[in-house]
Design a protein around this ligand. Structure first.
Ligand SMILES: Cc1cc2nc3c(=O)[nH]c(=O)nc-3n(C[C@H](O)[C@H](O)[C@H](O)COP(=O)(O)O)c2cc1C
Length: 357
């Protein structure tokens, strides 16, 4: 492949690498096969297999990525046309790259460019906010529009501002953290992704930093390295109180329900989630996913009971989040664009027989 063919993809990846992923593990990879076509992979070595819902959430992440890619490509004047592979992921597979599909860039009509550029600006400003929120309730009109966006994809967006329900669900989320840490596999996995100092977070450029979790790094490090202390009343109580302090001012929780039983569903679920997230961002509303409430089966059952959700057949409440207004949160780092591209030629390398203008 000639280097010019890589240029457009490098430019796209420079933006799209800011898509959100669970634990900020950044598992999506892109292999350009021509100037306008690339294969999209999920790197299984960057997946989160410890939770029972690790595989569905890996596909959700791929759906979030595909939506991000379409926003980034549109701002450069292209429609991203997808041909998707809906096979199940296997975290034990020998081939560590799971093919999600192929994306072809097709020129879009120039008339759509300025709207696409506005959407890119929104994409660039999206962040997870784990800060306290400011007690303001997000208005009905915004909720209605979020519902319409989800409905357009075949999903239901629902929310509650009932103080008792919000408080119970926030506690379920906090208890999930405690219960996940008792599970050795989940504990080992999260330790791999926690970044306790700003320097470590910047150097590795991935993972969950203490800073973005609004926790003092040394305290988080001590608490995480001594998880057995969490079951002692005083220390456990202090850690719980510290965590719940970050949840002050939360007035509303939202969730998404709909088909969630096979890879095609999970991908569309992820795409829907990202559309709602970007819409909230556009309206100045922050969001913090409580994904672990879904991936922990006990917490999921508690959530469904508390929110009186009726799940049946292939329909499930597959995402829960808090949302509202907060100060700008700290930035979660990303690895450099080149680390997302597969088969990139080294700088200055011109393959034999390739033209290079
Ligand atoms: C599918 C999905 C599930 C997530 N689940 C959680 C979660 O359970 N808890 C949490 O604090 N953040 C969760 N996040 C947020 C990611 O950790 C966050 O997007 C990542 O660290 C990058 O930060 P940014 O969104 O500020 O760019 C989730 C994100 C995605 C896409």
């Amino acid at each position: 492949m000639i280097r010019d063919a890589e240029a457009l993809w490098l430019d796209i990846v420079e933006d799209v690498r800011w898509y959100p992923s669970p634990h900020n593990s950044q598992p999506m990879k892109l292999r350009p096969i021509s100037e306008t076509t690339a294969q999209i992979y999920y790197d299984l070595d960057l997946g989160l297999p410890a939770e029972p819902f690790g595989i569905p959430f890996a596909h959700v992440c791929a759906g979030v990525f595909l939506e991000s890619l379409s926003v980034v490509a549109a701002a450069r004047g292209y429609h991203a046309i997808e041909a998707l592979n809906h096979s199940e992921m296997d975290f034990d597979a020998v081939d560590r790259l799971h093919l999600i599909g192929t994306v072809r860039l097709e020129p879009a009509s120039p008339g759509t460019r300025s709207a696409a550029e506005r959407r890119l600006a929104v994409f660039r400003s999206r962040q997870t906010s784990r800060r306290p929120y400011d007690n303001r309730v997000v208005g009905e009109e915004i909720l209605r529009e979020a519902s319409a966006i989800a409905a357009g994809q075949g999903y239901d967006f629902r929310s509650t501002a009932n103080a008792r329900t919000v408080s119970s669900l926030v506690q379920i989320n906090q208890k999930t953290l405690f219960s996940d840490l008792r599970n050795d596999a989940v504990y080992a996995e999260i330790m791999q992704w926690l970044r306790f100092s700003k320097d470590e977070a910047a150097a590795k450029a991935d993972g969950l930093s203490a800073e973005t979790m609004i926790m003092p790094g040394p305290i988080l490090r001590f608490a995480m390295r001594n998880r057995r202390l969490w079951s002692f009343p005083i220390i456990g109580g202090l850690i719980r109180a510290m965590y719940l302090r970050t949840m002050r001012g939360v007035r509303q929780l939202g969730w998404l329900e709909g088909p969630f039983a096979e890879p095609a569903h999970y991908l569309e679920a992820g795409r829907t989630f990202m559309r709602v997230w970007l819409f909230f961002t556009e309206r100045g509303v922050y969001l913090h996913p409580f994904g672990t409430v879904i991936t922990n089966p006990e917490s999921h059952a508690d959530f469904v009971a508390e929110a009186r959700i009726h799940e049946s057949g292939n329909r499930m409440a597959w995402m829960l989040f808090r949302f509202g207004y907060s100060f700008t949160p700290p930035t979660a780092h990303r690895r450099p664009a080149t680390s997302m591209l597969l088969g990139l030629l080294p700088e200055g390398h011109i393959p034999t027989g390739a033209s290079h203008e």
